[in-house]
Design a protein around this ligand. Sequence first.
Ligand SMILES: Nc1ccn([C@@H]2O[C@H](COP(=O)(O)OP(=O)(O)OP(=O)(O)O)[C@@H](O)[C@H]2O)c(=O)n1
Ligand SMILES: C[C@](O)(CO)[C@H](O)COP(=O)(O)O
Length: 239
Amino acid sequence: MSCALPDFWVVIPAAGVGSRMRADRPKQYLPLGGRCIIEHTLDCFLDHPGLRGLVVSLADADPYWPDLACARDERVQRAAGGRERCDSVLNGLRRLGELGAQDQDWVLVHDAARPNLTREDLNTLLAELGDDAVGGLLGVPARDTLKRVGPDGRVLETVDRSVIWQAYTPQMFRLGLLRDALERALHSGVNVTDEASALEWAGLAPRMVEGRADNLKVTRPEDLLWLQQRWQAKTPDNR
Ligand SMILES: Nc1ccn([C@@H]2O[C@H](COP(=O)(O)OP(=O)(O)OP(=O)(O)O)[C@@H](O)[C@H]2O)c(=O)n1
Ligand SMILES: C[C@](O)(CO)[C@H](O)COP(=O)(O)O
């Protein structure tokens, strides 16, 4: 692990509709602790001394974004959202190139709907991967006993959980490597649900870095309820 943390760029895919959340607006704009989820997400990066620039990929005519203070922050630039998360990420990576990012630069991709990333986890990722040839991602080891279940709802077997991890974000790769891998994977019709899967498809092995389990993505209503309770318990000192 190197001591000096590398500088980095950030892409925040924020063009999803949040269908599993079933709310009246995309989940990144739902309230959490008096602000929107996406504002908390951006905070963790905007305060960081290593940040070189940040791009948010947004849906066309997004009516919520212009009302946020961060929309007027000159460090925050926009890119077009795409049909799938990976299309939004790719647009964000191309926008970084227009802003002067080089292929060798590190890029962190982080879900707009993952507002509970700590500075400690972010710095752990940067420190662990700063000298890595491929890059990698934050994740957490599977906690519960895992079962493979058949279409009839009956358990087929218990899976070895010691080799199973949940993929989180940020995911950290060199701009050129990630952009090229994503472009080629999408061109081949591969289903790419995170950045690491594009690199895996290209034959590379991203490194898994253990992070906090509470860096969760708001996916379903109960995720937001859990985070809201946690936010209520926060004081200015333990945020
Ligand atoms: N076309 C898309 C789809 C998703 N995202 C973003 O990718 C992140 C993680 O995706 P997910 O949880 O799947 O978000 P949604 O697609 O909004 O949710 P759902 O699948 O429930 O509709 C979110 O911050 C979301 O805004 C995006 O930028 N562009
Ligand atoms: C990248 C990601 O956060 C990995 O957990 C992600 O957004 C995956 O999307 P999913 O469809 O909710 O798994």
